[in-house]
Design a protein around this ligand. Sequence first.
Ligand SMILES: O=P(O)(O)OC[C@H]1O[C@](O)(COP(=O)(O)O)[C@@H](O)[C@@H]1O
Ligand SMILES: [Mg+2]
Ligand SMILES: [Mg+2]
Length: 338
Amino acid sequence: MKPVSLIQFLIEERRAGHINAELSLLIEVVTRACKRIAVATSKGALGGVLGNAGSDNVQGEAQKKLDVISNEILLEANAWGGHLAACASEEMEDPQPIPDMYPKGNHLLLFDPLDGSSNIDVNISVGTIFSVLRCPEDVVEPRVEDFLQPGTQQLAAGYVVYGPATLLVLTFGHGTHEFTLDREVGSFMLSRRDIRIPEQTAEFAINMSNQRHWEAPMQRYVGELLAGKDGPRGKDFNMRWVASMVADVHRIITRGGVFFYPLDAKIKAKGGKLRLMYEANPMAFIVEQAGGAATTGRERILQIQPGGLHQRVPVFLGSKGEVEVATRYHREADVAYA
Ligand SMILES: O=P(O)(O)OC[C@H]1O[C@](O)(COP(=O)(O)O)[C@@H](O)[C@@H]1O
Ligand SMILES: [Mg+2]
Ligand SMILES: [Mg+2]
């Protein structure tokens, strides 16, 4: 089969009427910026990019140097692009408008510039996650409210994993597709079209160190997985936890599985650990488009009406069968306690 580059794929998607020229250009700009982030992450200690930046982000988390570098690369690339009205980042309190001297477009871009930052210094895969929304009509200077659209309104979502290979996974709402960066040529090449996540799985991902803080239905669900063949599920389950959401989700996109960052007593007041607009929504869109499911344990992630730019939510995503069992346990417990 003839190799298909990202650019050729975007032309195909335009011909099919799935995207317009402006969105195609936006994806080119974002993915070009990700190639620069891939170069920066690969420098390691020699490039002086490891370690803390010495600052905190809006979430009160210590920023890594690469969090700051990746954020700047994405902001700079997109300011010049001519396809955006504004962007918002996990690393910045407020949305960033496009400066007056640059041409503007009618899309809103949201990103987690570097996901899995705790893994940078130990040379484990990290990534970038992004989501694209339409800017409401007649809005010249987009404000926070303009970004607060449910995930069902996303026009595009994607992530790039900086691992042994640099991979891009992308959806426009017509299937989920994977591209591999050909470093010699400098282009992302289509490596898997129309990815399907198997409905059933025997592999789950969760940070088990939080077990004692989970709610009762989560304790029940994971307890049953751990009981394996001898328990009510009647089969053994394997466990993985990379602690980079991009890498954990990519494993699920590749061989199935289920990922949980549930509510627990330590993070209850914040609403969860992962961010709705920069992590949960784009990943939920990608996973649903690959035949998987994504909920908070109570409701479908993509239907949440966001209340804030940096809102956090519990995340259950991956193989449909397991997301459904875990979600059912939470709903049943809610009814029983009501
Ligand atoms: O360290 P924990 O509590 O297991 O959390 C890991 C989760 O936190 C994250 O690293 C949060 O992302 P950031 O690195 O962008 O803050 C996810 O990628 C990952 O799934
Ligand atoms: Mg993240
Ligand atoms: Mg991050």
